[in-house]
Design a binder for this molecule. Structure first.
Ligand SMILES: [Zn+2]
Length: 290
């Protein structure tokens, strides 16, 4: 199948070059959607204090390799002849791309969740580039202002909605992966990525951390999270629990809500073990060091 793979690489390179022409910085991706080039520092004896982001001049620094320079793109692909796709770096000038990744995990209607957010926060999703994923998901491409650093997040906005921001990348249309091919939704390929509505952007930016008391109590917010878990249908139990636990840890309510969240999850039919595992991964994801 060497020929097929070579054709896939040639196609991916062609798509990557045309994305770069539109001002989008790209890197080659492997079939697993990960950066195709391995780090030149992977065998370093001791990790350095400041990780190299390409200052060494080599390739293999993930999204930091991203470029719009056609000759550099050709070099990157030449060094990764197994690449079958390309990633588009988010958060870089001139577009400051923000990817809204609408997932289709079982029981999660992320499109409905986005519509609900739009109604509640009074914004409309503008007409923009939409990329269809092989698993039935959708990526909406938006652009942000140069001074806004949108962080990456998974299911922070709502269950099933992931955000690709600074330091993240989107799988480019035309990429081939283990699960199939990514392509633009009909009628959106020619569009310019639309500006992110300001009230949506506010939701994507980190909220400034205010001074908190030493031992916060769950209060109304905590009750709301527990109710959110209790109201889960069978297919949403885990995603809802994960989402609620992430919010709890972000607000320093994790330890206080641990028991109520487990109890609620068990009521929806999860085992205590499953609930604990989900909450533990939410704690890790939220960077909790408790
Ligand atoms: Zn380096």
């Amino acid at each position: 199948m060497a020929t097929t793979d070579r054709q896939a690489t040639t196609l991916a390179l062609a798509h990557a070059l045309s994305a770069a022409e539109r001002g989008l910085a790209v890197i080659p991706l492997s079939r697993t959607k990960l950066p195709a080039l391995r780090s030149p520092h992977r065998d370093d004896p001791a990790p350095t204090q400041t990780p190299c982001h390409g200052e060494c001049g080599g390739m293999g620094h993930g999204v930091y390799d991203a470029t719009t320079d056609p000759s550099r793109i050709r070099e990157l692909f030449a060094a990764a002849p197994w690449a079958t796709g390309y990633g588009i770096a988010c958060g870089l000038p001139p577009h400051h791309l923000i990817g809204i990744d609408l997932d289709t995990k079982s029981g999660t209607d992320s499109s409905a969740a986005l519509r609900e957010l739009a109604l509640r926060h009074l914004f409309t999703i503008p007409e923009t580039v939409v990329v269809l994923t092989p698993s039935g998901g959708r990526h909406l491409w938006l652009t942000g202002p140069p001074d806004a650093v949108v962080p990456n997040s998974a299911s922070r906005l709502a269950p099933g909605i992931d955000i690709r921001g600074a330091g993240g990348y989107l799988v480019g249309p035309g990429s081939r992966t283990d699960h199939g091919v990514y392509g633009t939704a009909p009628g959106t390929a020619h569009l310019t990525p639309a500006l992110c509505p300001p009230s949506l952007l506010r939701l994507l930016l980190p909220t400034p951390r205010t001074h908190r008391s030493a031992s916060p109590t769950p209060g109304e917010h905590g009750q709301g999270l527990v109710q959110f878990v209790l109201a889960a249908h069978e297919g949403q139990r885990n995603t809802r629990l994960f989402w609620a636990a992430c919010r709890a840890y972000e607000n320093d309510l994790g330890p206080a809500l641990l028991a109520p969240l487990i109890e609620a999850a068990v009521q929806t039919g999860l085992t205590e073990r499953e609930a604990r595992a989900t909450i533990a991964s939410a704690a890790r994801m939220s960077g909790w060091r408790g």
